[in-house]
Design a protein around this ligand. Sequence first.
Ligand code: HGY
Ligand code: MN
Ligand code: MN
Length: 407
Amino acid sequence: MRIDLTLLERRLDELYAIGAEPDGGAYRPLYGEAWAVACDRVEHWMREAELTVHRDAVGNVWGRLEGSGGGKPVVTGSHIDTVRRGGRLDGALGIVAGLGAVQALEAAYGAPQRPLEVLVVCEEEGSRFNTNFWGSRAIVGAIQSGEADRWRDPAGVTLAQAMRERGLDPSQIPAAARSDLDAFVELHIEQGSVLESAEVALGVVTTIAGGVHLQVTVSGRADHAGTTPMDLRLDALVGAAAMVEAIAHCAAVEGRPAVATVGKLRVEPDQINVVPGRVVFTVDLRHAALEACRNLTQGIRGICETLATERGLGLEIATLHERPPVPMHADIRTAIEAAASEDDVTTMALVSGAGHDAQILASRCRVGMLFVPSNDGRSHCPEEATDRSDLELGTRVLARTLHQLAY
Ligand code: HGY
Ligand code: MN
Ligand code: MN
């Protein structure tokens, strides 16, 4: 079986050019122009590979290779959207390697027993709307009624309007649900430095860490910057800054693998000569153990409340979502290990600190993930990179895993 690494790299480069940003990286927000061009490009590759292509009600793209024996499909793929100034591999690798693996399998062994499907998940990152896993949640039927009308992007466009602009009908979202999937296997970059530090080329994910997203609103009083004495201010930004520092401290004290990140912060009225009256910021916190995740959340809520009370500031903390840790299925881990041993590849079991579509699809089918190393542990930035030899090896072991499951 031959993995066409030149084709794989060319496709990665083509996708990376779609949504390229002037100061590096790519940005393909859900239902945006770059997102649409990228989905069309992958559909074109799928049709070139003579897969049957289907687009579901939320814009996920499915490429299917029929199996001689029918049955539930084995699926591989990943997400097409990116973070702002995203890297070349996050999501894209899983799509391109999944398609390349299916093509390599068909060339070497002909039609599989079970159908094989390559999945382009429409959205995973939560870059445009304050919700994420839109594509995989639609597949498992977990999008709440009316939810598309509730989420707005920074320009005030609802997710439902964005769908309509792409010719999708929000009332049809339930039609995207699938209950016929046997397994989902995703190749992804590790996005950290565990594999690189251990000098191991392939990771087999044991658990995807749990995570909580909070939105914190700190309310003070807007005042004139020139006439309001320091001791009479209710400065929302100074209060928020103390909270940001305390949140990072909470996670540091908890110790690895606990992490907490304030990635977005908005100041109002955001004017050089006005004391900030209100600040809204987000918290992304993660831990591999559910109890620890909940304790960390409670600790962060408590320190923000204490700091707000001490400073006479208002405080509101909304939970945007809470996702428990999700274990990978033993069958799929075994299939990945067996596939790796066919090539005498040394593997390493590890927890994924990053979230992935597999953690959502796990409610509907057996799931598993393979990781390849990230150079310098970097991701979610233009510096994201993985050695060619690791890309080839990851794709090869992915193909052999699909062979284990579908042939
Ligand atoms: O945030 C994450 O862990 C993933 O990259 N969406
Ligand atoms: Mn990501
Ligand atoms: Mn990803």
